[in-house]
Design a protein around this ligand. Structure first.
Ligand SMILES: NC(=O)C1=CN([C@@H]2O[C@H](COP(=O)(O)OP(=O)(O)OC[C@H]3O[C@@H](n4cnc5c(N)ncnc54)[C@H](O)[C@@H]3O)[C@@H](O)[C@H]2O)C=CC1
Ligand SMILES: O=C([O-])CC(=O)C(=O)O
Length: 359
């Protein structure tokens, strides 16, 4: 069993080095509580504290790297049940001002203390032939345990859930927070950004523009037909043929499976997911810092449809979600897709809720 809590931080003064030359895993537990401000590198913003739970995984590692180079992140806490010392030591050598601290299995509460944004990519990924729901039995318990830690240590944090099946893990997180009496629907967001990233990429290929200039809302949930791209609302505006619409919808809905099959047993999307999660985290952080007009798609507690959770465009602010936008005008194809997804999405949501309510 791994028990690790260490930190790596920039040294503002040479005289401090002596206290940092011990191997990371030898750091005493209380050392992690040293005042961060006094050790922050010159020029570093007194910024936000972010925790990644599952930081040593396929998503966790590149996501942590992208957060380490985000100037809005002052402190980055890396938590995993294995391999955090190595990932922490490695990442700490990148010369950005973000302070990196590593936490092993027994130190969940310390990893979460005072954190503003928690990102959860912990859990098992799919292998070919599996659905995301096949991950429920393992990942539901992992998400529950981690959310219980959040309730104890940083009940006001904004929480981004990546662990699959997102259609169930977000309701699981909500029920854990309700049980603990700290639930705030504005602060709980399922990460569906990869669906938007894929939609923008695939659409850009069809219409022949830079993918960074394309914006497609993707609504519903994050599994198969519950992923519903609203191609009629693409920006820049474009009219797709029936064939293009079917091809793009199918490719976006099955983007995850495309990667799972290409990786042939070695896991699911990690690099594109880390990119998407870092993009979504950056939006959350900018909003927490007071930037206005930050809009992203996310799977959240919602009244946009009759379902209790639904992904759609949300406006982020200083306290999490400030506004959930209605779906806007849909064409026939999209209206049918919306009706078709509701049954599956409802049962995935109920499965998550019942996992905590014990039904
Ligand atoms: N929302 C989305 O769009 C996407 C979600 N995913 C999901 O993200 C999850 C992680 O995927 P990968 O990083 O590829 O898997 P991975 O197996 O490479 O990494 C998972 C990490 O979680 C850690 N872990 C396991 N139990 C833990 C616990 N109790 N506390 C903390 N850490 C724990 C493992 O030690 C491992 O380092 C999977 O459930 C996958 O399906 C993947 C891609 C896209
Ligand atoms: O497909 C998977 O299992 C991982 C995932 O959620 C995605 O890539 O969208």
């Amino acid at each position: 069993m791994e028990s690790f809590q260490g930190e790596s931080r920039p040294h503002a003064r040479l005289s401090r080095i002596s206290s940092h030359i011990q191997p990371h895993h030898k750091f005493a537990e209380e050392k992690a509580d040293v005042d961060m401000q006094q050790c922050r590198a010159k020029g570093a913003a007194p910024g936000l504290k972010v925790a990644v739970l599952g930081a040593a995984g396929g998503i966790g590692q590149p996501l942590s790297l992208l957060l380490k180079i985000n100037p809005l992140v002052a402190t980055l806490n890396l938590y995993d049940v294995v391999n955090t010392p190595g990932v922490t030591a490695d990442l700490s050598h990148t010369n950005t001002s973000t302070v990196v601290r590593g936490f092993g299995k027994e130190h969940l509460d310390a990893a979460l203390e005072g954190v503003d944004l928690v990102i959860i990519p912990a859990g098992v990924p799919r292998k070919p032939g599996m659905t995301r729901d096949d991950l429920f039995n393992i990942n539901a318990g992992i998400v529950r345990t981690l959310c219980e830690g959040i309730a104890r240590s940083c009940p006001k944090a904004v929480v981004n859930i990546i662990s699959n099946p997102v259609n169930s893990t977000v309701p699981i997180a909500a029920e854990v927070f309700k049980k603990a009496g700290i639930y705030d629907p504005k602060r709980l967001l399922g990460v569906t950004t990869l669906d938007v990233v894929r939609a923008n990429t695939f659409v850009a290929e069809v219409i022949g523009v830079d993918p960074r200039e394309v914006s497609v809302p993707v609504v519903g949930g994050h599994a198969g037909i519950t992923i519903l791209p609203i191609l009629s609302q693409v920006n820049p505006p474009f009219t797709f043929t029936k064939e293009e619409t079917e091809y793009l919808t199918n490719r976006i809905q099955n983007g995850g499976t495309e990667v799972v099959e290409a990786k042939a047993g070695a896991g699911s999307a990690t690099l594109s997911m880390a990119y998407a999660a870092a993009k979504f985290a950056d939006a959350n952080l900018r909003a927490l810092r007071g930037e206005t007009g930050v809009v992203e798609c996310s799977f959240v507690a919602s009244e946009v449809t009759e379902l209790p959770y639904f992904a759609s465009k949300v406006r982020l602010g200083r306290s999490g979600i400030e506004e959930i936008f209605p779906l806007g005008p849909l064409n026939d194809f999209e209206r049918k897709g919306l009706e078709k997804l509701k049954g599956e999405l409802r049962s995935s949501i109920e499965k998550g809720v019942n996992f905590i309510k014990g039904k």
